[in-house]
Design a protein around this ligand. Structure first.
Ligand code: AMP
Ligand code: GLY
Length: 429
């Protein structure tokens, strides 16, 4: 099989690493990829939203599967683009069509969907610039903190959480009338704040049945103890100690099953991964958000725990035979620690030489922002690489990941030293 992976982060390296291990792989390409994906297959210099160039490449290399890593091409309709073209409609896109990708592409759409199918989520209302005054009135009825969400994609920055009513009103106005997040905030969802601990749950579906993947917890803030600015993710662990059988049964019955059934009832065809961003409020799961793709850095712990052949799963999705496929997971814990460029998520320098990549032992290094320069590997982004290790429990997995982080260095490298800190407490209870 010839496979093309779209994307260039740690998530895409983890998928490429897994696909490269499949007995069914012939040629693997990654567009545009990074220095890590170049070890697994061939990088191709094509942007993830250049659909015409992707089509030409797929024809040239007789690609059978396109795995779409990030949300943007999905929300922009790459799946529909392939289906509408006789020359390429036989190529399977692993990732939902434009309508289904609305689960991530529009907060208003996903909230309406959850409400209709009785899926637990925060109470909400949606406003536009014509209903700004009603928005103020709704805010007055809520208790702080206030949660404002741009309806559309805003590069992960479209959610504001504000403690004061006057600030919340000011931000609502700026989102709706001054296009703070461009078109994405022409509609704004205001919702009730939920207090709890978050986790990420994933399924892969062929539109009819689904398979659960291991759950994970990511760490989004730059600083120790979950402080400071939001980032693209500083580390992750899987499994999540508090997500015991009882809790995961609630997730499946109250959230996963109604979602997959709801999509079918709506006539929305979903072929790909669904990411449920959940929050545990007093042992009950609520949906914070859906994503139409896998999470990053969660993928860097979830995919290493998948024992089965990933191309078997892709085939199951493409031919709608997922229910006939076996999926097996590694019982060990996987933990990943992200190494980032000093200064990130603010300004940072690039092109720093990375040393020690070959010293990693009993760990897998997934590249995110790296590029090759002859035999050297240089940094090329804020999040540079993610070091994943296994262990019989979270503590052991983290210990091994951190031992390996120490062996790799580049100028001004930074990583959080407390990944998993909040779960240790939970576990002892
Ligand atoms: P989202 O982009 O929807 O995932 O939101 C970004 C982050 O904001 C989430 O990961 C949560 O930490 C937080 N958040 C979003 N909605 C809520 C809510 N209703 N209550 C509490 N925190 C929230
Ligand atoms: N780790 C959160 C995300 O991928 O959006």
């Amino acid at each position: 099989m010839n496979v093309l992976v779209l994307g260039s982060g740690g998530r895409e390296h983890a998928f490429a690493w897994k696909i490269a291990q499949s007995s069914q792989i012939d040629k693997l390409f990654i567009a545009p990829g990074n220095a890590g994906t170049a070890q697994e297959g061939t990088n191709v210099d094509i942007a993830v939203d250049d659909f015409d160039a992707i089509k030409a490449f797929c024809l040239q290399e007789k690609i059978e599967f396109v795995f779409v890593g990030p949300e943007l091409p999905l929300v922009n309709g790459i799946h529909d683009f392939f289906l509408a073209d006789d020359e390429i409609k036989h190529i399977a896109i692993i990732g939902p069509n434009k309508e289904a990708a609305q689960l991530e592409g529009s907060k208003d759409f996903s909230k309406k969907f959850m409400q209709k199918y009785n899926i637990p989520t925060a109470k909400y209302q949606t406003f536009t610039k014509d209903t700004l005054e009603n928005g103020y009135a709704f805010l007055e009825k809520l208790k702080p903190p206030y949660v404002l969400k741009a309806d559309g994609l805003a590069a992960g920055k479209g959610v504001l959480i504000l403690n004061k009513l006057d600030e919340a009103k000011k931000e609502l106005k700026s989102m709706l009338t001054d296009a703070k997040f461009g078109d994405a905030s022409s509609r704004v969802v205001i919702e009730e704040f939920l207090d709890g601990i978050e986790l990420s749950v994933f399924v892969v579906t062929d539109g009819q049945s689904y398979k659960k993947l291991p759950e994970a917890k990511d760490y989004k803030r730059i600083g120790e103890g979950d402080t400071g600015l939001n980032t693209g993710g500083m580390g992750a662990v899987s499994p999540v100690p508090f997500a015991d059988q009882g809790f995961m049964d609630k997730v499946e019955n109250q959230i996963i099953i109604p979602t997959v059934k709801g999509l079918r009832k709506e006539g929305i065809d979903y072929q790909g991964f669904i990411f449920f961003g959940l929050i545990n409020v007093k042992n009950d799961p609520y949906v914070i958000e859906y994503n139409c793709r896998m999470g990053d850095p969660e993928t860097e712990v979830v995919i290493p725990r998948l024992k089965s052949d990933i191309l078997e799963l892709f085939e199951g999705v493409a031919t709608r035979t997922l229910s006939e496929r076996d999926v097996e997971f590694d019982d060990r814990t996987a933990a990943t620690v992200m190494m980032v460029s000093g200064g990130y998520p603010g300004a940072y320098e690039k092109e720093k030489m990375i040393n020690g990549l070959n010293n990693a032992h009993d760990a897998v290094v997934f590249h995110a922002g790296t590029k090759k320069d002859g035999p050297k590997v240089l940094t090329s982004g804020g999040r540079v690489l993610s070091v994943t290790a296994y262990g019989k429990n979270m503590e052991k997995a983290l210990e091994r990941a951190y031992e390996n982080v120490k062996k790799i260095d580049f100028e001004k490298a930074y990583s959080r030293s407390d990944i998993g800190f909040d779960l240790k407490e939970v576990k002892k209870k």
